[in-house]
Design a protein around this ligand. Structure first.
Ligand code: SF4
Length: 429
């Protein structure tokens, strides 16, 4: 990593405000004053180096340029606040306390690409949050601050529903099916209208850059990963929480601020399609350029802390089973491959007679599944399983030779990783 600036936790009012109730429009405007800019909005966005905070990490200015150059009228900006990742609450938390920053960012994006509509997508199960955002939109209309037609839509809150092509497909046809392995960058469409889809946190950063400029944005973070990021941290700590951190902050420092177990077995980084990271890497800065060499990414901004007494195999099994149940099962790798991975992990967790064969099958199944789905959902599961087999290789070998760790007969007993319950509610410990 090069050129760290201030990589401590930010105490400036950036995305999160420290309030529990949503900021009214006037509170928001006094908390986030507009500072005169030197250059154009797009120039500031370019200079900021902002990348998408939804998981893919694509440069935001590049996406904007693509849509700006696209001919055709009636473009749409879609704010993706679906947050189908069970271990993530950052977009929900952000919209709850600071809806106007997200909406301002979406309006900036709309003006840059020439869009005449904004749609905020929130999971149907989160009707309360949808209500908050509708209230914020109504406030902007009352105060004559809305610049384009804006609405809230509520697709079903499944994991794959937040995937960009699935979201766009739902807006067109009311079906939450991912469509194809889109090559980036590409122009998505709702019926015949070009669409810019950006994650809610990304929109908030755009709003902030429009108000305070690129230089202010880059005053925290690293050269390669400027700015702050929201992190949902859960697992071995008293209270699952969302933190705003300067990118480049060492993982150990993030754990300390969150009050997490300072001596964990491992961290799950990125989300359910992310990867495990061995605790020997706790001094690694939280930034993609530093995490990539140790096999991890910031992904969807998720950190799950696995305690030393936790059973890594049981946790991995539970995540994979959940992911298998979440797929649309329209492709072979999801319909057959993911449930088979989950079954093999169950045999391995139990240390059953054929656990050694289950381990061999796991390895070969990963090779068969990878790259064969219409979307990247199965690839994420494969990446996650492979990271478990590597990071916990000693544990895995014990399980495979019929010596499961104490208590791992019950996956529930050591449940660490947050999940959605049967009614779609987030379960945080
Ligand atoms: S790979 Fe899986 S999640 Fe993706 S489209 Fe196919 S069935 Fe659906």
């Amino acid at each position: 990593m090069t050129g760290n600036r201030d990589v401590t936790m930010t105490t400036m009012p950036r995305l999160l405000t420290g309030h529990n109730a949503p900021l009214t429009l006037s509170e928001y405007e006094s908390t986030f004053p507009v500072i005169a800019r030197a250059g154009s909005l797009l120039g500031e966005l370019d200079a900021s180096g902002l990348t998408g905070r939804g998981g893919a990490g694509f440069p935001t200015a590049q996406k904007v340029r693509l849509l700006k150059a696209h001919r055709g009228h009636h473009k749409i900006v879609v704010v993706n606040a679906m947050e189908g990742e069970p271990a993530s609450r950052k977009d929900v938390s952000l919209l709850r306390v600071n809806p106007h920053l997200v909406l301002d960012g979406a309006e900036v994006l709309a003006s840059l690409i020439g869009a005449n509509e904004i749609i905020v997508c929130i999971a149907r199960e989160n009707e309360r949050l949808a209500g908050h955002v509708r209230d914020a939109l109504a406030e902007r209309v009352r105060q004559r601050r809305r610049t384009v037609r804006s609405s809230v839509q509520t697709p079903p809150g499944r994991y794959v529903a937040g995937e960009e092509t699935a979201l766009v497909h739902w807006l067109s046809n009311r079906e939450t099916l991912p469509q194809y392995r889109a090559k980036r960058p590409h122009v998505a469409r709702v019926r015949d209208r070009a669409v810019l889809v950006d994650n809610a946190e990304t929109c908030a950063h755009v709003g902030l850059i429009a108000r305070a400029g690129a230089e202010s944005f880059r005053s925290l973070g690293t050269d390669a990963s400027p700015g702050t990021a929201l992190v949902s941290i859960s697992g071995a700590l008293d209270r699952s929480q969302v933190l705003e951190i300067a990118l480049g902050t060492p993982l150990r420092q993030i754990l300390a601020v969150a009050g997490a177990d300072p001596d964990p077995q491992a961290l799950l980084l990125g989300g359910y399609g992310g990867s495990w990271l061995d605790a020997t890497h706790l001094d690694t800065p939280y930034a993609n350029e530093a995490l990539a060499p140790v096999g991890a990414t910031t992904g969807a901004g998720v950190i799950v802390v696995l305690a030393r007494e936790g059973c890594a195999v049981a946790e991995t099994e539970r995540v994979v089973r959940w992911m298998a149940n979440e797929s649309a099962r329209q492709c072979g790798p999801c319909a057959f491959g993911l449930p088979s991975l989950a079954e093999d992990l169950t045999l391995l967790r139990r240390g059953a007679n054929d656990a050694a064969h289950a381990l061999e099958r796991l390895t070969s199944r990963c090779g068969v599944i990878e790259g064969r789905g219409a979307c990247h959902h199965p690839d994420g599961v494969v990446r996650f399983v492979r990271s478990a087999l590597g990071v916990f290789r000693d544990d895995v070998a014990d399980h495979a030779s019929g010596r499961p760790c104490i208590g791992s007969g019950s996956a529930r007993h050591y449940a660490t990783v947050p999940r959605l319950d049967h009614e779609g509610e987030l379960t945080w410990q």
